[in-house]
Design a protein around this ligand. Structure first.
Ligand SMILES: C[S@@+](CC[C@H](N)C(=O)[O-])C[C@H]1O[C@@H](n2cnc3c(N)ncnc32)[C@H](O)[C@@H]1O
Length: 251
């Protein structure tokens, strides 16, 4: 079943983070771009023919291609806990004839392991043109995104959101929020799997059948991302969003 992104505003977000809103003539790779919502942003200046989207969700790509036939849509059959549980582990990026001025990944490494993020970022950097930029988002569990409007940090928001989503499905999610918050406190990175299984600074997770792989939310502190990507710049969220950004530029 396709997972279709409802999120909008990706162009605005990345143009602010990269510091450029005139993308005409630039070759853009939207890694994990789903149905191409970046192009739907009313502020987008991306030329349809200069847009490439690589994703592990074949049906989302088909939907994107139907809306934007001049763009380039490629399936990447790599394993991802929820989005492609039958994909191949550690599959390398497909060959592409192209180098890119901008490579973007909005909310992609928020759903993969740290090992995947490190491996993929390294490969994506190799696809940058001279003076190009790779920008990808991450979520800092300790960051307060909307002070005054929401009382908790990003990790607390995720726990509350999981409860809301369960209620919408007519289920009750009985989370021990205080205990989860206390385990997450001061950690550098963590994963919340299937709404309730918390793994702190480890990727050794229990075995889940493919059909049981529902969600895997990965979180990284700002400090940790600075250590992982010392050649990148870590930027706070913009556009009233909750996601930080790491921008790596090629000289
Ligand atoms: C939360 S959605 C975000 C979609 C899109 N970036 C947006 O903002 O609308 C995550 C997307 O990343 C894709 N994805 C997950 N792992 C991936 C991987 N290893 N390579 C490429 N795409 C991946 C998923 O299929 C999904 O479309």
């Amino acid at each position: 079943m396709a997972w279709i992104s409802q999120k909008m505003g990706q162009f605005t977000y990345f143009s602010l983070q990269i510091g450029d809103c005139m993308w005409q003539g630039k070759k853009v790779l939207d890694f994990g771009g789903n149905i191409g919502n970046l192009l739907r942003d009313p502020n987008s200046t991306v030329d349809e023919e200069n847009y490439w989207c690589l994703d592990v969700d074949r049906q989302a790509l088909e939907q994107g291609q139907a809306s934007y036939p001049e763009s380039h849509w490629a399936f990447y059959d790599r394993y991802c806990f929820f989005f492609n549980p039958h994909g191949a582990q550690n599959l390398r990026l497909p060959e592409m004839d192209q180098l890119f001025d901008y490579i973007l990944a909005y909310s992609v490494f928020t759903n993969t392991t740290q090992t995947d993020m490190l491996e993929l970022v390294k490969q994506l950097e190799g696809r940058l043109a001279r003076k190009g930029a790779l920008a990808f988002t991450f979520i800092d569990p300790h960051y307060f995104s909307w002070p005054g409007r929401y009382h908790g940090n990003n990790f607390r928001w995720r726990l509350d959101r999981e409860k809301e989503l369960a209620a919408e499905r007519g289920e009750t999610l009985d989370l021990d929020t205080a205990s989860l918050m206390s385990r997450a406190q001061r950690s550098d990175w963590l994963m919340l799997v299937n709404s309730e299984d918390l793994y702190v600074e480890t990727e050794h997770i229990k075995c889940y059948d493919a059909e049981q792989q529902r969600t895997c939310h990965a979180f990284y502190s700002e400090q940790h991302m600075k250590r992982l990507f010392p050649h990148g710049v870590i930027l706070p969220p913009v556009n009233n969003e909750m996601q930080h950004c790491c921008v790596i530029r090629k000289p």
